[in-house]
Design a protein around this ligand. Structure first.
Ligand SMILES: Cc1cnc(Nc2ccc(CC#N)cc2)nc1Nc1cc(C2CC2)[nH]n1
Length: 318
């Protein structure tokens, strides 16, 4: 069943009402905290396996938000077959909260690598591999007519940071089914990463996520947030005017194909933006396979080397 703004309230997962703490021990410090949720690492008593418990308050600002939480669960269920969307293990309910027991991605947020200094920063080859995984996860959502609406470096986790593992897309608290939702009632997401149509209260679509992916890849390659201003208003203006710095200062050592990939996404008109399928076919993502190609004769290698990118780590912000 779907309510007025495209949120599903029917789910397959059994909601347990026995005590979460009978089956799990909470360990270590908090993993994350939002306005209405806190995430803590926990260990399942019967298996010793680590999970992440997301405690979601059912009542927010005096409103019953149980339907929103069931929507998040339903989105996780629809992507359960995709390896790059975080897996849902169990669900518990108390009088005040719903607890999602989720797969634990031990490597944490890619945000930390985006802002890391040189030796821990991503190489372009790392970013190509991780970008492909992000796109395959988002493709699964878009094929189910679901938009994430909060794609940002804090919501892309790693199974392992050293050695660099695989990504997991998390936090479907703002997700919507696009076949129902065409208008945004309030500004969703984080200003630095949201598409112009969200700021202009215009219809959202799968293209709204593609803009955010453009911002994500820009940050993973350069360590800089393309639209971030001193104040929120400046950030909004930068997004609305698509003020992006593609200069050599920011992109030195990064391939032209990578820049072209980002430019195909940071486009104001949503209809002109690349779709997730078009991104998965972009030559930049095949650059990585070039490095494994049979060694070309030296003169061809030097020629191709000028287009493709050296192995140097991407620059961190000054
Ligand atoms: C090691 C770790 C470190 N930092 C975070 N941050 C974080 C980011 C976004 C959200 C927002 C959400 N959802 C919650 C925590 N999550 C971690 N592991 C998780 C976190 C999770 C599931 C998603 C909670 N599995 N493994």
């Amino acid at each position: 069943m779907m309510n007025r703004n495209g949120m599903v309230t029917k789910i397959r997962t059994r909601i347990r009402t026995d005590l979460f703490k009978n089956n799990y021990d909470l360990v270590g410090k908090e993993l994350g905290r939002g306005k209405f949720a806190v995430v803590k690492k926990c260990v399942e008593k019967t298996t010793g396996k680590e999970h992440a418990a997301k405690f979601l308050r059912k009542r927010r600002k005096g409103q019953d938000c149980r339907g929103d939480i069931l929507n998040e669960i339903s989105v996780l269920e629809s992507a359960e077959a995709n390896p790059y969307v975080v897996a849902l293990h169990e669900v518990y309910e108390t009088t005040t909260e719903i607890i999602l027991v989720l797969e634990c991605a031990a490597g944490g947020e890619i945000f930390n690598q985006c802002v890391a200094d040189n030796d821990e920063a991503f190489t372009e080859k790392d970013v190509i591999r991780l970008a492909r995984q992000i796109l395959m996860g988002v493709a699964c959502l878009h094929q189910n007519n679901i938009v994430h609406l909060d794609l940002k470096p804090q919501n892309i986790l790693l199974t392992s940071a050293q050695p660099l593992g695989d990504i997991r897309i998390v936090d479907f608290g703002l997700s919507r089914r696009v076949d129902i939702v065409s208008e945004v009632r309030e500004i969703l997401g984080t200003p630095e990463y949201v598409a112009p149509e969200v700021l202009d209260y215009e219809p959202i679509s799968t293209a709204t996520d593609m803009w955010s992916i453009g911002v994500l890849i820009y940050m993973m390659l350069t360590g800089e947030s393309p639209f971030l201003g001193e104040e929120k208003q400046e950030t909004f203006l930068n997004v609305s005017q698509v003020n992006v710095d593609y200069s050599q200062d920011v992109f030195q050592g990064i391939s032209d194909l990578a820049v072209n990939f980002i430019q195909s996404l940071l486009i104001k008109n949503p209809r002109k933006r690349a779709t997730v399928e078009q991104c998965l076919n972009h030559p930049w993502l095949r650059l990585d396979s070039l490095h494994h190609a049979v060694e070309a004769p030296l003169d061809e290698q030097e020629a191709s080397q000028s287009e493709s990118e050296p192995e140097s780590p991407v620059p961190s912000p000054e």
